[in-house]
Ligand binder design. Structure first.
Ligand code: B12
Length: 224
């Protein structure tokens, strides 16, 4: 297995670091943290570590959870491993480039606690040169409204992973539109698609974090 595949595997197995007791059959073996350190020392690209290691691993975990092979504790261990890895590469993704292309306000909508995907989108946008204001999870329409008013130039991003909270996106978009906010709105998350985005009058949808950067650049007319 190459170093990136090892990172992906460690995410799938929910192994954060070498000191962790989990999973028991991997005692003493490196986890996501050590594997990323090794990958970085070999000058592997941070973007690859993120996309093909952390995100790809979490996608496998998502599928295993959906088909009943994994249960909640497995899921949480993997989420923790991704978090540990993100802490390591986050500063590198942000880069030293202080040029800012624009502001993004992003959050997971009311009633929804899922934030792994939203966090990835936030980090990748930051890495792409944007200032990101992350409102966290379970964000009320009122908070989005306040932030939109405070940052009229910002693109607002909303994430939802549940069929029920997809409706929170709709409500939030309606409230922002009724208040006549001119912010561009982008939406995403596993239960969202282009059709839904069009239906609720969002300005854009992207199925993953990397495409979100292109989407925001397109919306803001940034050609570089
Ligand atoms: C991890 C997870 C959890 C974790 C969340 C941990 C965390 N900190 O986020 C925990 C265990 C807490 C959890 C809880 C629940 N979950 Co859950 N969970 C998942 C799981 C397995 C993976 C989600 C994930 O992180 N995927 C990986 C990331 C990288 O993908 P992503 O989120 O889709 O994000 C990518 C894109 O969608 C996009 N994107 C995301 N957001 C945005 C935003 C913008 C603006 C843009 C442009 C793009 C974008 O870019 C991201 C990166 O590429 C999914 C199953 C699955 N296969 O998706 C179920 C799933 C979403 N959960 C589900 C359910 C039902 C629940 C619970 C209700 C379970 C329960 N009975 O308690 C609770 C809900 C709690 C709540 N109120 O929110 C269902 C939802 C079913 C539905 N359609 O409504 C799913 C589909 C599982 C299933 N098959 O049943 N869950």
């Amino acid at each position: 297995m190459n170093p990136i595949e090892q990172i992906k595997d460690a995410v799938v197995r929910g192994r954060s670091n070498a000191l962790s007791k989990y999973p028991p059959d991997m005692a003493g073996k490196p986890g996501v943290v050590e594997l990323i350190e090794t990958a970085l020392s070999k000058h592997l690209e941070v973007g690859k570590i993120l996309q093909q290691g952390l995100i790809a691993g979490m996608e496998v975990v998502g599928d295993k959870f959906s088909n009943g092979e994994y249960f909640l504790p497995d899921l949480l261990m993997s989420a923790q491993a991704v978090k540990a890895g993100m802490q390591l590469i986050d500063p590198l993704l942000r880069g030293e480039d202080s040029r800012k292309l624009g502001v993004i306000v992003i959050g997971t909508v009311r009633g929804d606690m899922h934030d792994i995907g939203k966090n990835l989108v936030a980090v990748v946008l930051e890495g792409g040169g944007f200032d990101v204001i992350d409102l966290g999870i379970d964000v009320s329409p009122e908070t989005f409204l306040e932030q939109g008013r405070e940052h009229p130039e910002a693109v607002i991003g909303m994430s939802a992973l549940l069929t029920t909270t997809r409706e929170s996106i709709r409500t939030t978009v309606d409230i922002l539109r009724e208040a006549d906010l001119k912010n561009k709105i982008i939406v995403g998350g596993a239960v969202v698609n282009q059709e839904f985005a069009d239906e609720i009058g969002a300005d854009g949808y992207s199925r993953d974090a990397t495409k979100a950067v292109h989407l925001v650049k397109d919306l803001l007319g940034i050609t570089a």
